[in-house]
Every structure is written in structure tokens, then in C-alpha cells.
Design a protein around this ligand. Structure first.
Ligand SMILES: [Zn+2]
Length: 516
């Protein structure tokens, strides 16, 4: 019988280092708290030697964990807080200094053991590599004492088929030296899953029973989930995964896919599966990495049935644990349970997000959270709400928003780059003439002139999809604006693209400057 899965999250380290803009201390804390909500067993918080900023953010998370644990938070008290280190004294010391205040600290030491890496990257003889790894683990163990533990990774383990006997013997000695977790990285996915899984099986059979074997797979060929799941069934209890499968190149193993696959196989685990969908949406927003529409489990299309036969089968088996044409009852991961999306007074913000996204209006989770109580109130009066009704509310609350300012007209005078605005401010009709290169710049200058200044962050214009019968084919402008450290999306819709832009900016101003 396999041990309970130990989910070891690497989003804050492996995935974070691959983001276009890595997270700072505050941002890492937000992601970390979501990981605790999800209920993972271990978190690799960073690589403290990489930068002072990363050191400080690792230290902060160790302290946050200790504080939560002291307040009685059981997840925080039990979660392993791990920092990565090369097999070097200076790295190991720094890693320990960063995480030692956590209730369960860990130092994760790595050193490459594939023939290619040893010869060409490290430029060391195999016996020297083994010696360095053992010495590093002994040093790490001397620091963690009884409070923490040590994990060791032979980097590029997936490439160690040629020198497997050497690696196996090294891992035996490294475990004896004090590493209680041996992590096997498929640093680059090159071959088929079963070749790797077979190597994992041999390591499990060789190492003492009290050593935890772990796998860390990258997804270069799209098989990281398969490799990780099968490794669990040959005795690898720890799985190193990332939220949304983020990570270097094509990413690390997707935590949600592994958790759901194991769940479907009857494996008991301590993860809060119902937090998955919300966590996925938040992660996408925080990482600024969109979720592919067809992504398993979390893609917006993952629950859609288009063909008649599929729709028929799905609706006949609705509310059954094992339904036709679907791998799970999606309520398991906090999603609508089938593609006939409905909103009732029981529905949460993710339902609002899904329905609007399906209809071509990608909102973010904060906006969905703002709309949810409004829809809930309507639904208490009117019962189940249709897409059309929800779109009506969305238009009223999120598009062409009036408030302190109301847009009337814009006249373009091309000869002298001038734009004449007619609008209303705080109930009074006004007219202003602004010189600028283009209408958007003019509207931003106008916002300053009237004492409601906004900055432009990003701009997008698209055409409203056919799903929205009322507005199909019209221009939709979505302009992200900020003021006073608050960022919002202004939305404007019109059959005239210029007017759509202006309505988006005026609507954004109204969102940022509510009635005093
Ligand atoms: Zn990695």
C-alpha cells in the first residue's frame, strides 16, 4: 500500500524563476497563503543564495508560517518550508538562515549526476561529485539538527540511465549521510514515462524504507503528469508540482492534474480539492500567464460539450459521480458541474467568472467577486439566472459605467491635433478642448485637467462575440487604468470604436473615483 501523497509545491521557486517578472516578497506571501488554503504538505519557498530579495522573501515566509502555527493554524504547523541550495557550504548556510524559523524547516541540496552534466557542466569526476554531495548533506544535516530535515536531488536524474549503478550507490551513501528525502528530477523530459518510472522503482527498492523518494518532472514532452502519477504507484510518496503547471520552458508537473488523477484512483489525500479552480484562476492572474482554453480541468473549455451526442450523454448523467463524457464531477474542484452554466443564489464568484468568460467577457476574479452579491440578490428574487440575465447585469455594472463623469461626444480636429470633449462632471455639462497625438492620450490629459487623473496600464479592443445577442459585432474596449495605487478595468461598448474607447476611459474614471 502506498503512503499518503506528499504534495511539495515548487511554484515559488522553480515556477517563479521562470516568470517574466518574478514575484517580490509581498507577492510571494499572497501565493503562499493560497497554497496553505489548498493544503499542500511542503513548499519550496525559494533559492536564498540567488539574491538578497529572494533570501528576504524566504525568511519572511518562514516567519509567517511560524506565526500562523503559533496562532493554532494546523496546516502551517505541519507544512515543510524548504529552501534550495547548491552543494556548497555558502549556499547551504544561506538556505538554513532563510528558513530556520519555520516550524518544519528543510534544506534542499542539489548536484547534477548525469554523465553529460558531470563531464561538461561541472567538469568533475564522478567520485568527486559523490564526495561533494555527501559532504554537503553532512553539513546541511549538522545545521538542521533534530528540528529540520535534508532533501537531496541528483539533478538530471532522467539522464542517468547510462551511469545508473553509480547513481544508485551514491544515493545510498547520501541517504546514510543524513538526507531523508531523495528527490529524482526529470530535469528535461526526453524519453517515455515508463523508462523514468522504472528507475524510480529501483531507487525505492534500494534505499532504506524510512527514506522518502520524491519525483520532480518537467513537462517538455507533455507527459510530466503521467510520469509523476505512475511514480507514485511505484513508491514515490513526494511529488514536486507547480500550480497551473508553471515552470521553466513548458513547465513543471501540474499539481491539479496529479491530485485529481490520484483521487480518481481512490488515493486519499490531505489536499482541499474544492480550492483548485479558484487557485488556478488566481495563479494565472498573479503570474500573468493565461490558462489555455483547452487545459485539462481548469481551461474554460474543459467542461464544454459541443456535439449533440455528448450533450445528451452528459445531461442524462448529470449529478452522477461518474458521468458520461467527463472525467469528474467538476464541483469536486470548485467548478460548475457541467457546461450548462447557471447561476443560483448558491453560486460563488467562480460561477460568475465562468459564465462571463464563456460569453466572451473575460473578467478577473475580483470583478467576479464584486458582481456575485449583486447577482445573488437578484437570484433570490428571480430564481435561476440565465446567461442573458447575467449579461444584462454585467453591462449595467461593468460597461459604459456612468458616475461622476458622463461621456457625451468627442470631436476630432485633425489639422491641429485637437480633441473637443462634451461631457458632464458632477452634474454639470462641460466642454474641454485638448491637444494630443491621439484620442486616448487626449482623454488621459482631460482626466488630469478635471482633477480625476488616471494612468493607462494596458489597452485592448475586440469584437463582442455572437454569444451576446444584444451586442454581437460591436467594439469592446477594455482599458486597464490606475490611480492612487488601485488598478481597474474600464469597459466601453459601442458600434463606433472611438466611442467604445472613450466610454471605457470614462467608465474607468468612475470606477476609480466613486461619488464622494
Ligand atoms: Zn525543476
Amino acid at each position: 500500500m502506498s503512503a499518503k501523497p506528499f504534495f511539495y509545491d515548487i511554484t515559488l521557486r522553480d515556477a517563479n524563476q521562470a516568470l517574466a517578472t518574478p514575484w517580490n516578497k509581498e507577492e510571494k506571501e499572497v501565493v503562499f497563503k493560497q497554497l496553505l488554503k489548498l493544503g499542500v504538505q511542503g513548499v519550496e519557498v525559494g533559492f536564498p543564495i540567488a539574491s538578497e530579495m529572494d533570501f528576504e522573501s524566504c525568511q519572511n515566509l518562514a516567519k509567517v508560517t511560524a506565526k500562523l502555527a503559533a496562532q493554532g493554524d494546523k496546516t502551517a504547523a505541519n507544512v515543510v518550508i524548504s529552501a534550495l541550495a547548491r552543494a556548497k557550504t555558502v549556499d547551504i548556510q544561506k538556505a538554513w538562515d532563510a528558513v530556520k524559523e519555520a516550524p518544519k524547516p528543510r534544506i534542499h541540496v542539489f548536484l547534477a549526476m548525469s554523465p553529460l552534466s558531470m563531464e561538461h557542466v561541472l567538469q568533475m569526476k564522478p567520485m568527486e561529485v559523490r564526495k561533494q554531495a555527501i559532504e554537503a548533506v553532512v553539513f546541511a544535516k549538522s545545521l538542521v539538527g533534530e528540528k529540520g530535515d535534508v532533501e537531496f536531488s541528483p539533478e538530471h536524474f532522467g539522464d542517468c540511465r547510462e551511469n545508473f549503478d553509480f547513481v544508485l550507490e551514491s544515493l545510498k551513501q547520501i541517504a546514510q549521510a543524513g538526507a531523508t528525502t531523495i528527490n529524482l528530477p526529470n530535469t528535461v523530459e526526453r524519453y517515455r514515462p515508463m523508462l523514468f518510472v522504472d528507475m524510480v522503482r529501483k531507487v525505492v527498492e534500494t534505499l532504506p524504507k524510512n527514506t522518502t523518494v520524491s519525483v520532480h518532472c518537467h513537462n517538455d514532452l507533455g507527459m510530466a503528469t503521467a510520469t509523476t502519477v505512475e511514480s507514485y504507484f511505484v513508491g514515490s510518496a513526494q511529488m514536486e508540482c507547480a500550480l497551473n503547471g508553471l515552470g521553466e520552458r513548458s513547465g513543471n508537473t501540474n499539481m491539479f492534474e496529479v491530485a485529481v488523477a490520484l483521487h480518481n484512483c481512490g488515493v486519499e489525500m490531505d489536499m482541499n480539492l474544492s480550492e483548485i479552480y479558484e487557485t488556478a484562476l488566481l495563479t494565472s492572474k498573479w503570474a500573468k500567464v493565461p490558462i489555455y482554453s483547452k487545459a485539462p480541468l481548469i481551461g474554460i473549455e474543459a467542461i464544454a460539450h459541443r456535439s449533440g451526442i455528448h450533450q445528451d450523454g452528459a445531461s442524462k448523467t448529470k449529478n452522477m459521480k461518474k458521468g458520461a463524457y467527463r472525467p469528474i464531477d467538476y464541483s469536486l474542484i470548485g467548478r460548475n458541474e457541467n457546461d450548462i452554466l447557471t447561476f443560483t443564489s448558491q453560486s460563488g464568484k467562480t460561477a460568475v467568472y465562468e459564465i462571463l468568460s464563456h460569453n466572451g467577457y473575460p473578467v478577473d476574479l475580483d470583478e467576479a467577486a464584486e458582481l456575485q452579491p449583486v447577482l445573488k440578490e437578484i437570484s433570490e428574487r428571480e430564481g435561476e439566472l440565465s446567461d442573458t440575465r447575467i449579461l444584462e447585469v454585467f453591462r449595467e455594472k461593468c460597461c459604459n459605467l456612468n458616475g461622476r463623469v458622463i461621456f457625451r461626444t468627442i470631436d476630432v480636429i485633425p489639422e491641429d491635433n485637437r480633441f473637443v470633449f462634451k461631457f458632464q462632471k458632477d452634474g454639470t455639462a462641460q466642454e474641454e478642448s485638448i491637444s494630443a497625438e491621439g484620442p486616448i492620450e487626449a482623454a488621459l490629459l482631460l482626466s488630469r485637467k478635471i482633477g480625476l487623473p488616471v494612468e493607462l496600464n494596458s489597452y485592448k479592443q475586440s469584437v463582442v462575440s455572437d454569444a451576446d445577442k444584444l451586442w454581437a459585432g460591436r467594439a469592446l474596449s477594455e482599458i486597464t487604468l490606475s490611480a492612487n495605487e488601485k488598478t481597474i478595468i474600464g469597459r466601453g461598448v459601442s458600434s463606433d470604436t472611438l466611442v467604445a474607447n472613450m466610454r471605457a476611459i470614462f467608465g474607468g474614471i468612475n470606477k476609480l473615483y466613486r461619488q464622494p
